[in-house]
Design a protein around this ligand. Structure first.
Ligand code: C5P
Length: 402
């Protein structure tokens, strides 16, 4: 998708620099040429040799390297690219960019460019939240810089929160959206995605839940949006950051999820990736249920939750043109998924094995089978982000054909 595009990648000085090595590989796999500037800080985390080996080009490090200036001036370096990507963009690098400093090769190239710039910030959560960084971010956005991430999660410094650099896959998607905007085959279509678990209250403090992280559903919403679909994500309670460009409706219970899906209007595509609780407490207690002195235990009467996938698949007159469900099984994955496809009335099922030993539930990787009217496709193990991108591409192909 990036064939013939030239990217100038500036690698800043943060622990996330190791991910930029993978980013180089992925950009080149998409056909892009990648030339790299490694800042002095960046060189503390990854070596010029690794960067050169992966990029297949020399690495630019010093502003006053006369040899390179003779071969290629720093102005030429930034003008030669179709896009400048700063990953990781540290708090310091962002500050210097925002103030127009040009005291090293990276900032000089950034100041000299007339090409679009994408930054992938990565820093400690408190640095990200600091008013100075917020100001610099606003300035950079105002200057037309595109920002991807940071993601929320565990940080190298042991803290938790927003500050992790976006994953290489996400950065590649952002680069593609910037450089190949024609690659938006789902433009003009509306997509609905459900994601995450549901929480079903037992009383005001307790609830029934499951281990779904929402990673797969959120990635699908991001991937559909990246291909141009106007995407609504109806999400149960999750830690995942809302994907940019996607409109998010947060819900708690299965009943709320169904209501939010119905309220969101008509859709061409529906992907039900949520792990909706099958049952809810029939009558949640209005006050906290107390322990009893005689040691007896309370009875919990359950009621069946509405099946959102089945309801959307059956929606008379309102049925999305393509309805995709998920089947999480712990044995006979494909057999049960085939039955589920028929029972739910959906068009496709994405089936996966969620037995504890697979680490899929809550993990970053997934091995799936796609069941359509034409048969079963066994997909290679890949990250949930890649599964999402492959599924979105597959959906786009379906709409091109139909
Ligand atoms: O029946 P089961 O939960 O195994 O089916 C999984 C599929 O059905 C998933 O696509 C899930 O999002 C959807 N589902 C739903 N509403 C429910 C239960 C499941 O949309 N109440």
């Amino acid at each position: 998708m990036l064939s013939g595009k030239r990217i100038l990648l500036i690698i800043g000085g943060g622990i996330a620099a190791y991910k930029s090595l993978d980013l180089i590989r992925r950009l080149r796999a998409q056909g892009a040429g990648v030339r790299c500037i490694l800042t002095a800080g960046g060189a503390q985390f990854v070596t010029p040799l690794s960067v050169a080996s992966l990029s297949g080009d020399k690495v630019y490090t010093e502003l006053f390297d006369l040899m390179n200036e003779a071969e290629m001036g720093h102005i030429q370096l930034s003008r030669d690219a179709d896009l400048l990507v700063v990953a990781p963009a540290t708090a310091d690098l962002m500050a210097r960019m925002a103030h127009g400093l040009a005291d090293d090769l990276a900032t000089t190239a950034l100041l000299a460019t007339d090409k679009p710039v994408l930054i992938a910030p990565a820093m400690n959560v408190r640095m990200w939240g600091h008013p100075a960084t917020r100001r610099n971010l606003a300035t950079l956005r105002g200057d037309g810089v595109t920002v991807i991430g940071p993601n929320e999660g565990e940080m190298a410094c042991g803290e938790y929160g927003p500050g992790r650099m976006a994953e290489p896959d996400e950065i590649v998607s952002a680069v593609t959206a910037m450089l190949a905007p024609t690659a938006r085959p789902l433009s003009g279509l509306r997509a609905l995605v459900t994601s995450g678990p549901t929480h079903e209250p037992i009383d005001p403090v307790r609830y029934i839940a499951n281990r779904s992280s929402g990673k797969q559903g959120h990635a699908i919403a991001a991937a559909l949006s990246a291909l141009g679909a106007e995407t609504v994500l109806v999400s149960g309670p999750v830690q995942e950051a809302p994907p940019s460009g996607v409109s998010v409706r947060k819900v708690e219970t299965a009943c709320d999820m169904l209501a939010a899906c119905k309220d969101a209007g008509r859709f061409d595509i529906a992907v039900c990736a949520a792990a909706v609780a099958d049952w809810r407490a029939e009558t949640p207690a209005s006050g906290k249920i107390k322990k009893r002195n005689d040691g007896s235990t309370p009875m919990l009467a359950l009621a069946e939750n509405p099946d959102i996938l089945k309801t959307l698949s059956a929606a008379n007159g309102m049925r999305p043109r393509l309805v995709v469900g998920f089947a999480a099984e712990t044995s006979d994955v494909v057999k049960y998924a085939k039955e589920k496809r028929a029972r739910k009335g959906c068009d496709w099922i994405v089936a996966n094995d969620v037995s504890p030993e697979t680490g899929i539930m809550g993990g970053d990787f997934n091995t799936v089978h796609l069941l359509t009217a034409d048969g079963v496709e066994d997909w290679q193990p890949m990250s949930k982000i890649e599964v999402a991108r492959c599924l979105a591409r597959r959906i786009a192909e379906h709409f091109v054909k139909s």
